[in-house]
Design a binder for this molecule. Sequence first.
Ligand SMILES: Cc1cc2nc3c(=O)[nH]c(=O)nc-3n(C[C@H](O)[C@H](O)[C@H](O)COP(=O)(O)O)c2cc1C
Length: 389
Amino acid sequence: MDASRIYSVGDARRRAARAVPRALFDYIDGGADDEVTLQQNERAFQEVTFRPRMAGATGDPQVSTTLLGTPLSLPVLLAPCGLVRFMHPDGAPGIARAAAAAGTVSVLSTVAGSSLEEFATSSPGPKWFQLYSPGGPEQTEGLVGRAQRAGYDGLVVTLDTPALGHRERDVRHGVTQPFRFTPASASRLAAQVALRPRWVTGMVRAAVRARSGAAEPTDTSAGAAASPTARLVAMGASPFSWDDVTAIRHQWTGPLAVKGVLCADDARRAVEAGCDAVIVSNHGGRQLDGAPATLRVLPEIVDALGGTAAVVLDSGVRRGSDVVKAVAAGADAVMIGRPYLYGLATCGEAGVRRVLEILRIEMVRTLSLMGCPSVSALDRSWIELPSAI
Ligand SMILES: Cc1cc2nc3c(=O)[nH]c(=O)nc-3n(C[C@H](O)[C@H](O)[C@H](O)COP(=O)(O)O)c2cc1C
């Protein structure tokens, strides 16, 4: 499909639903339990209004910035996401190339299904590695060492997965662990796959390429018998303590971020543990249903940190105007998960590029209409936060 025919993130979502089997789309799109946090994430952005200023700035507003010493052509990073190689044969390397072309950072998930060394060399752009450690401290040390040697520019430790969230859509499709394939659920899945022949062809071609050694999709495993993906899925958890974060800080010499912070106290603990950034995230509403929308807790965290660490927000960003709202509320940058996955599922690397292009165009237009010259000029005077936020 021609990626230029994607007009918005919502449009990419609709197209993704038609491109991949239903169970895979629901894995991308779904959230935990009643999906209340999933919905609240987007609603929080909709409730913020702008305070535009007329007849001020002229020319195209600047959207470039710098995060932890890395120049970004827009303040939007690609969040770590698992199992991306099943969404399109371009997989994680395609995501890295799209990020590099757009001038931003992509973050490889431990469970992306792609080797961390392969990902590190798949594009010239900056890359971070996201750490899960279902295998315990030894595996953590192994993965951190490999990320260091592979030259990653940043490390993200995900804290909000002491247990896996209950994703009811996945359960309904029979694709959560332990796999309970009944004849009925297996035939339902087979029927979904049969409806997406183009996806099947792409996956088969990728598998053949991998077998012939052209682009072997190995896991990020530190060489242990079971890969992190398999272990995470089997055990359903990657618990880290603050002591673990401190130990990782001693080993990892580059920028360090923790992901999943939702209150000021945890943000302060992250700084005490030596983190350079906190990622305000509820995992896109996929973990604790009932967790607050990230935009609602962002001001409290920004104020508590007072510039002692960078603040990145994710969960619910769907428009360039949402990026502007988050930066105005105090974030240094945002990450997106589903928006680029919808692009990937629709048409691979080109779809990811298109989603980033759309967000950039929307950001520039929003800042223009607000009369704001650049993202660096944004502060809370540009937005109206509802009293509940
Ligand atoms: C399909 C999918 C897989 C994900 N896998 C991971 C992961 O492996 N590690 C992680 O830290 N976060 C993971 N996340 C969460 C994202 O990094 C990010 O926090 C979230 O998607 C942001 O919300 P958004 O999708 O509304 O943009 C995943 C999200 C999705 C949608």
